[in-house]
Ligand binder design. Structure first.
Ligand code: PEP
Length: 262
């Protein structure tokens, strides 16, 4: 039913940012919202490198229940303030169907993370929320299962879905997960939805973020989403994968130097 690839628009009227085939969208921000100052600084670093959508986790799905779980609603308020200060639309994760309404009130795009890709009740709830959805691939999901997860959102009448390849679990321990670059063209051959990659969460190491971003654009991805932090050593979540502002600007210029995909 969709002969052409779709563009998803993120943000309020007048400030909408496209993610789709005619552009390459750069999304960046802190892994977790920690304080107003840290979030604003990370957003300014992101904006000055050319990122047009701010990411930041208020509800953090951590492997360990003893790890920092995010600031919750306070984190959403901080994101909303930084959105007003910078003009950048915000994407943030929702981990529980009961929080969809409050997250949708504060954010421009709802993220479903790798651990919840097959949480069908949550997918239906975000499908009903009236906001674009960033659907990450489950780390053990096949591409077909991932596309079927997108169908759970679409079935509720919401076709504003962006798929995000964020690495899958393989036998290779050198990286946290293996970024499945082939997923980008495979998805594009099967689905009209935009597809971006998350090199930060795939690799878990900042030295791989630039090469994996370059690989993503070469494979035809519609964008990348990366972590940035003003002081990665003190980050409460995933510091080793966070770039500094200068590194983010290097990434932006490395990405821009690549020729467009034909
Ligand atoms: C995130 O983007 O903050 C995140 C936790 O990602 P993932 O679900 O891919 O691990």
């Amino acid at each position: 039913h969709h002969p052409h690839r779709s563009t998803v628009w993120v943000g309020p009227p007048g400030r909408q940012v496209p993610i789709g085939p005619d552009t390459f969208t750069f999304l960046a921000g802190p892994c977790a919202v920690e304080t107003p100052a840290q979030t604003l600084e990370a957003a300014q670093m992101a904006a000055s490198a050319g990122a047009t959508i701010l990411r930041g986790g208020a509800f953090k799905p951590r492997t360990s229940p003893y790890a920092f779980q995010g600031l919750g609603v306070r984190g959403l308020e901080i994101l909303a303030d930084v959105r007003e200060a910078t003009g950048m639309p915000v994407v943030t994760e929702v981990v529980d169907a009961r929080d969809v309404a409050v997250v949708a009130e504060h954010a421009d795009m709802l993220q479903v993370g790798t651990r919840n890709m097959a949480n069908f009740g949550l997918l239906q709830a975000v499908g009903d929320a009236g906001k674009p959805v960033l659907l990450k691939r489950g780390m053990t999901a096949t591409i077909e299962e991932w596309l079927m997860a997108a169908e759970y959102v679409a079935q509720r009448g919401n076709l504003d879905i962006v798929l995000c390849e964020r690495g899958i679990r393989t036998f290779e321990p050198a990286t946290r997960n293996t970024l499945d670059i082939s997923a980008v063209p495979v998805v594009q051959a099967t689905s009209h939805l935009p597809v971006i990659t998350d090199p930060s969460h795939a690799a878990g190491r900042k030295d791989l973020v630039v090469p994996l971003s370059r690989a993503s654009i070469a494979a035809g991805a519609d964008g990348v989403i990366v972590d940035v932090h003003p002081d990665p050593e003190t980050a409460l979540c995933d510091g080793p994968q966070a770039l500094l502002g200068t590194e983010l600007r290097e990434l932006a210029s490395a990405v821009r130097r690549l020729p467009p995909v034909l």
